[in-house]
Design a protein around this ligand. Structure first.
Ligand code: G1P
Ligand code: ZN
Length: 542
């Protein structure tokens, strides 16, 4: 079968964002659009002939067609084998695991994560390198540069049934269709104490997991219900749908409303959790209790040695810059290093590869460890279940005990979605312009210690990333951060991150919005966001 060489024109908008290239489905379905980007990836990674690749996605609308195209292009570009999840399904952490386990040169993951799907929704694609992690900025920028000068791509017609396990061929290339769940479930069993969790569930500890009609349904059913014996029905919205049932597959208090109703209702289960479109995010709830992702990372770090996979201790902790400093306090107490990186999981890869950190987390419902090179939703759920089975206390008590020991970092993120790009930029400019006046200023009870535009020098390879968010730090450790999202597909999303620290146990039980109210008012004043955007309230508060 000979490859067709198809002449094409470059697109100017294929720059990957925080996590791969995300666009409306209609854009990806446009002639040559997906093909150009895939060929740009192949050109840049320059994998030697005979290399292997992992391929899968979160099952959203256009997943299957895209897989067909990519299989044809992989064959035409000299790959010897592509390992595909059955029906084109692989959660992001499962794909990361497979890349590592099978020693492939990398993998292509088709997902727009928590963005809505369906014909009018979003689609996305990203390349993960041989370590299983998202391509570093150097590579994503090279792919973008290539996409701006591409003039042809190579493809063969691929007609493979990816619904059936086993091997088949496209030209010279082998397509191996695998069970998307098995390897991942095995990895989880190797890290956590399944027997202990099973006993705890048997003793009456009740859980609910909301798969939000996204990719984790089959994973959660197999692991939580089949292997751990959670009551049938513990996994809800378990059937993955191409449009996620019309929902927004983002596990937070706004979008995981089915679960929230149950966890805040009469006779609520003891533990609730949800994951996102591609299975890398997690939300943890107790009965009538919400655990912020920043706190979750801190709790996992503080108790890691209770889990078999981390019994020997953790090497270090990393968090993205806007994530609260709760984990820093734990790291200090444990005497291990901690790192503050820009937003996006790709910045953790080097630290994990170098053995400098074991646990990583982001305030955006992302937690993970060096077992793969992606954040991992179900892993976080199992970690929590392992800890709760160990301690035999409710989720809320875990947190109260943690705050008592380390202090509480009140935390919240306010998102202003789909605002005109110009207005979003104007807000950022206004904050940046006020830096001179802000230095040392007293704002209500807060005194400004520093303000800057966050930049990061990777301690492993020395690469520098600038323009990663505006920080205003106060003398008592409180912070306000302004950042523009790099994952949206329409308009701009302005994120305002707010954090304050409370060491006094008597004052640790406030509602976060109340505790942060003065900082919220300061953030609005500094940025002029109400005047500039016309928005009086955030679209989403997490
Ligand atoms: C968002 C989150 C970020 C996360 C990314 C991918 O990016 O804020 O922490 O890594 O999604 O899940 P943003 O839209 O802020 O650029
Ligand atoms: Zn995701």
């Amino acid at each position: 079968m000979t490859a067709r060489i198809v002449a094409t024109q470059p697109f100017s908008d294929q720059r990957p964002g925080t996590s791969g290239l995300r666009k409306k489905v209609a854009t990806f379905r446009g002639e040559h659009y997906l093909e150009n980007f895939v060929q740009s990836i192949f050109d840049c990674i320059a994998a030697p002939a005979g290399s292997e690749l992992v391929l899968g996605g979160d099952g959203r609308f256009y997943n299957r067609e895209a897989i067909g195209i990519i299989l044809g292009m992989a064959a035409a570009n000299g790959f010897s084998k592509v390992i595909v999840g059955r029906d084109g399904i692989l959660s992001t952490p499962a794909a990361s695991n497979l890349i590592r386990k099978r020693n492939t040169c990398g993998g292509i993951i088709l997902s727009a994560s928590h963005n809505p799907g369906g014909p009018d929704g979003d689609f996305g694609i990203k390349f993960n390198s041989a370590n299983g992690g998202p391509a570093p900025e150097k590579l994503t920028e090279a792919i973008y540069a290539r996409s701006r000068e591409i003039s042809e791509y190579r493809i063969v017609d691929a007609d493979v049934d990816i619904g059936k396990l086993g091997q088949s061929r496209v030209g010279e290339m082998t397509v191996e269709v695998i069970d998307p769940v098995a390897d991942y479930a095995e990895l989880m069993e190797s890290i956590f104490d399944f027997e202990l969790i099973r006993d705890h569930l048997k003793s009456g500890f009740r859980i609910r997991f909301d798969a939000m009609h996204a990719v984790t349904g089959p994973y959660a059913k197999e692991i939580l219900e089949n292997r751990l014996g959670a009551a049938p029905g513990s996994v809800m919205n378990a059937v993955p749908l191409p449009d996620f049932g019309g929902g927004h597959p983002d596990p937070n208090l706004t979008y995981a409303e089915d679960l929230v109703k149950i966890m805040y209702g009469e006779d609520a289960p003891d533990f609730g959790a949800a994951s996102d479109g591609d299975g890398d995010r997690n939300m943890i709830l107790g009965s009538r209790f919400f655990v912020t992702p920043s706190d979750s990372l801190a709790v996992l770090a503080a108790n890691a040695t209770l889990v078999p996979g981390y019994r020997g201790g953790i090497a270090g902790v990393a968090r993205s810059m806007p994530t609260s400093a709760a984990a820093d306090r734990v790291a200090k107490a444990l005497g291990i290093p901690f790192f503050e990186t820009p937003t996006g999981w790709k910045f953790f890869g080097n630290l994990m590869d170098a053995g400098m950190v074991t646990l990583c987390g982001e305030e955006s419902f992302g937690t993970g460890s060096n077992h793969v090179r992606e954040k991992d939703g179900l892993w976080a759920v199992l970690f929590w279940l392992n800890l709760l089975a160990n301690k035999k206390i409710p989720v809320e008590q875990m947190l109260l005990g943690h705050w008592e020991k380390y202090g509480r970092n009140y935390y919240s993120r306010h998102d202003y979605e789909e605002i005109p790009a110009d207005a979003a930029k104007a807000v950022i400019e206004k904050v940046r312009d006020s830096f001179g006046d802000l230095q040392g200023a007293q704002l209500g009870q807060y005194r400004v210690l520093f303000c800057d535009d966050f930049s990061y020098t990777d301690p492993v390879d020395g690469s520098i990333s600038t323009g990663q968010g505006l920080r205003i730090g106060f003398t008592d450790g409180s912070r306000i951060v302004f950042r523009l999202s790099g994952t949206g597909t329409s308009g701009a999303t302005l994120r305002v991150y707010l954090e304050s620290f409370e060491a006094d146990v008597a004052k640790q039980k406030m509602d976060a919005q109340d505790a942060l109210s003065e900082l919220i008012a300061i953030s609005r004043k500094i940025s002029g966001l109400v005047e500039i955007t016309g928005r009086t309230a955030p679209t989403v508060i997490t």
